[in-house]
Structures are given as structure tokens and as C-alpha cells.
Design a protein around this ligand. Sequence first.
Ligand code: AHR
Length: 679
Amino acid sequence: MSDILLGAFLEDINHAIDGGLSANLIANHSFEGAYVSRRLHTNTIAAVTRRRPRPVSDPLRHWRVRSGTLAAPAVDEAGTGDDASTPLVPGARFARLTSEGAAVVRNVGHARRGAGIGARRGVVYHVDARVRLGSFDGSLVARLVDRRGRALASSTLTLTPDPDHPGWHVATAALRPPRTALVAFEIAARGAGTLDLDEVRLIPADHWGAGDPRWSQGVLRRDLVEAIAELKPRFVRFPGGCIVEGLDCANAYDWKRTVGPLAGRRPDYNLWGLSTRGGDYSQSFQVGYYEYFLLCEDLGAKPLPVVGAGMACQLRATEVLPLDSPEFAAVVQDVLDMIEWATGDPASSPWARLRAEAGHPEPFSLDMIAVGNENAGPQYLHRFRAIREAVRARHPHMDVVLSAGALAWGVEFEQAWEEARRDPRGLIVDEHFYKSPSWVIDAASRYDAYPRDVRVAVGEYAANLPSGLVPAPIRPVPNTFRSALAEAAFLTGVERNADVVAMASFAPLLNLVGHGQWEHNLIDFNPFAVMPTANHHVQRMFAATVRERIVPLDRDGLPPGLLVSATAGAGLSGEVPVRDGLPADDAVAVKLVEVAGRAARVRLRVPGAAEGAPVRVEVLAASDEARNRLRWVGRGRHEVRPRVSRRVTGPDGVVEVKVPGRSVTMVEVDLSAPSRTAE
Ligand code: AHR
């Protein structure tokens, strides 16, 4: 069976990255605010509307000024004119603050309104900005201010000349709030004159990657990385999702603007801003390809980068780059350059040198790429072939993933499978579905009927739609135990067919509560806390216990509403201790998912299990409507939580388990333990 069966899908939707995983708490940190003009609902088919959305540049969005004035001067791109208009790096913008004696600039982070930065008691927050003093004569103070205007922490910024950017200073301070609160970040200028400000960062010292020389550029929010790590993902699919293709080809995700020193990464608008008031969603790219590959490395997961196929999101637009155009040739070259950047030798490759300079001279592991996201049809297949051939010519061992489109059925879906069957080397076909819980339960048997010589990646799925007729545009409903149970049922089919299903990842992954564009996600978070959904518990129960071979099951006597799968061998997730102090390098993990609402008593006889072998049982049961709730502040309320118990096998390796109606039960039996009788 696949050794990378269950993974994660990371896309910057619901502020998963900017406002989430990216540890910089400042919104529009580089005064380049890139937004989009119109508000449309998710999945609106903009191709048939007349008013196309357009990019909006709003360099001062998310910043407020008191007393003084704040402006975003036109920049001297060439850097040849007046020094005072030269940006930090070519193409960058900056803000100009004028103070008549006292002025304050303020940023509330990614919150829609009010003080929205979560400051935690006792944690040090490092401030790091670039300042050009101009005519300013005075001091600068950084502070965290609560909703009543009280400064919780403040410190004078220390300025040292920036060796890399003549004329600019590096401004730093450390702030330690004495209590936990929602705050705004402020820089107060005490003195008169004009100064320039750029690249403002406010980062908690306990971020992921702290002290690790590899994490020299963007850094991540620790509790979110830990929540993803709990899923033991064997691969991470990134960066999307629709943002791979973009609203048009100019907005397609460009990996090259997401690597290298942070000041050189130019933001772009995020197409999910279409579903956000004021189009207020920017991709700052402080977490880009470099950080993604590092994250995979830290998680022990394989990267599955999704590259564009030279066509815009087919649900929203019709733009397609001609096959013989220089623009399409550039798309192909970008893919080759990306592989070179990730795996090349810094001694001979400029792209690989960029990686080495960031702190990763060793090549990253990369042996598969996906071409296109939810693209389908003849235009896509032509472009797919061109990219596939170029990749295979240079990297014959690279696995290539073909998109079967947004629907896991229909003409274009069949065309994708035909293409896969024709491919002499074999492709992995990426199927997506967002459906109702009952559809997803039925899909547990979907792969039983597939030929055994194909490979499927279920790159996105969720039981997130209401049952019955689905209104257009599609609106996912919030997570409940009902959807989690359906996904568990589906995962029994994935495990049972893990010879055909190479990969599966739930979508989407992260959601900043109250700021999302998609209701049904795996991990909710607010500025202070992370809340695993019921669906997260299901994913973790499966992924953390999946093992290296499929176990055939004798279903004799099992009721029809009970779906079962089992795997055995060493743990694929690297660590699956069955009992403390005894890592089981050989165990059986059985998943029992009851969907009919009829409790059952199940006797599992596990061949090879000794009498007295340790058993770990984890049960997830709740009412259909139960959900784990998180608000903008606080730690939230759990309505769905697993119960874990431990016991030992009886004679003949038999385990008796009570399976509640509508529940997910995981039974793990340690086969490596010596038998009690032998002892
Ligand atoms: O997961 C959310 C979106 O759903 C993805 O961006 C897209 O691929 C799919 O339509």
C-alpha cells in the first residue's frame, strides 16, 4: 500500500497563512497592500459576469495614524533619482510618516476591526522594521496597546544601520505583555520631521523555527504547526487550490516571488478576497515555497507542490495561454526552475544557490509534482502534456499528478482517466469532491471497483454540503460530527484500497474564525488558541495509526452499517506507541465506523496477537449536530472529543469492543509484545 496515504492540503484560504501560519502579526507589513476590487461569493462563476474583478493597490490599508500624517510616496523604481524616494529593494513601496512633534502609527493585524493581535502573557514579541530617518529628529517607541488604549508593553526602538540597504536602519525592540489581551501594535514617534518605514514585523519569540538557522526568512505560528503535526501528514499539497491558477494568469501563484529574502517578495492579491468585504485579503508571501519545503521537512512529510498549467481558474475565468506563446514557455520554465531550486546543486545552479543562501544547502526531497488544480478538458490536457514532457525529459523519476477537474465524474473526468491510461509511465490522477455526508459515506466503496493498476490522489474532499438539492453557488455548511463521521466512513474505503489510493487530503486545512471564506475546515483558530474540529479528530485517528500493509478482513456477521478497515506492520507515521515505553514496531490498527445508528458488540480476532497483548482503543462519538466551537477570543468549547482506553487481548488474541451507534472506533493491537503465557 501507499506509504504516503494520508496528508494535508495547505492553501491560503480563511487566512490560513496571512493572519495564521505566518508568525508575523502585522497586516500589510510592507505597505504594498494588494487587494481585489469586487465582492463575490465563493465559487461564483465570474466568467459569465460582465464586471470583472480587478487588482487594487492600497498601500496604507490596515494602518492608521494619529497626530501626524502617513503617506505612501511614489517610488523611484530605478533608484537613480532622489535618494529619498528610493525603496528598500527595487519594486518595493514604503510609508512616510510626518510628525510635528508627536505621531503614532497603528496596525491591528488581520482582524476585520478593533484591536486584533493576540498578545499572550509573558511571551516576548520581537519588533523588527526598516526605518529611514530622513529629517526626523527624535525617538521611536514600539508598544502593544489594549482596547482601552492602555499600553501593555512598550520599548524604545534600537536603530542600527542596515548593512544591506544604505540609508536605512534596522529598528528592533522586545515587548513582553504582562497579561493576555487583544492589542494593537503602535509605533510612536516623539520628535519632529519625516521618516520612512518598511518591512514591519511583530513576531512571538516562541514561533516555529526559532533558533534554527534553516528558518532564516519567514517563520510560523507554533500552535498551528503543532496542530498540523498531530495529523502526522505523510505529504503536504500546496499552495492550492484555486490560488494556484489565480483569477487570471497574472494572478497565478508564482513560486519565484515567494523565495529569497523577505524584503524582495512582492505581495499579490488573494483571489479568496473575492468573498471578503473590500477584497481584503493579500498574499504577503512571507510564507512561500521555501517555508513550505521546510515545513514538510519538519513534519516528515513529502512535498506535493501544485504548479499552474498556464490557465486561469476555470470556474471563474476563461483565460488560457496559447501553447506556442512565450508566456506558456515561461510557465514550463518556471516548473523546471522550481525543481532546480528545490533539488539542484548550489555550486552549479543559481536557483539552488538561493536555497542554500536561505540556510538549506542540502537538496530538499522532491519526487512528485501536480500540474494544475481542478483543471480539466482538452485545453488543460494539451498543456499538461507539454509540462509533463519537459519535466520527464530532465527528471525521469518524478511522479506527475494529473488533475481530473473539480468534479469526480462526467466527461472531463473520464478524459483525464483516458489520458492516465494512455501514459506509458503511469500518472497519479487527482480527484476532488465536496459532497453531502450521505454521498461521502457511499464513496467508501468507490475505490473497491477501480482497476488495481491505477493510482489516485484524493487531493481535496470533505462531507461539507447539506443533503438534498444543493443551491448554487455551493456553500459549505459548518463542521459537525455528522460530516466527520462520513469522512471516517470514507477513510475506511481509502485504507482498504490503499493500493489504488496513493494519497488523500481533507480540505481546507485552517480557518481564522470569523474571517473565513469557507465554513467547513479542519482546524479553527483565533489569535490565541487552536481548536481541532471533530473532522480533525477523525483525520488524526486514521493518519496517526495507519500502518504499512492492508489487512484483509473477514466481515462475517458484521452488520451492514459498520464499515471496517485495518492495516498492520510498522507505523507509517514514525511513532505509534501502543503502550508507554513500548513502541510497537508491529501492530494491527482496526477502524470501525458505525453509520446506521445501531450500537454493536464486536469480537475482533487478530491472528498473530498473543494473549495479553496491549490494546489501545479510541472512540469518537457525539450527536450529529455536535461541534467544537471557537470564538474570536478564548479557548473554545469541545463537544466532540475522543475517549481513550487501554486493555489487553484475551485468549486467541481476541478483543471485544462495544461500538456505539454513529461512532468512530480505532482499536490498535500490539503484535510485538511477548505473550503473557510465554512470559
Ligand atoms: O478547498 C477550497 C477550494 O475548493 C480549493 O481552492 C479549490 O481547489 C476547490 O474548489
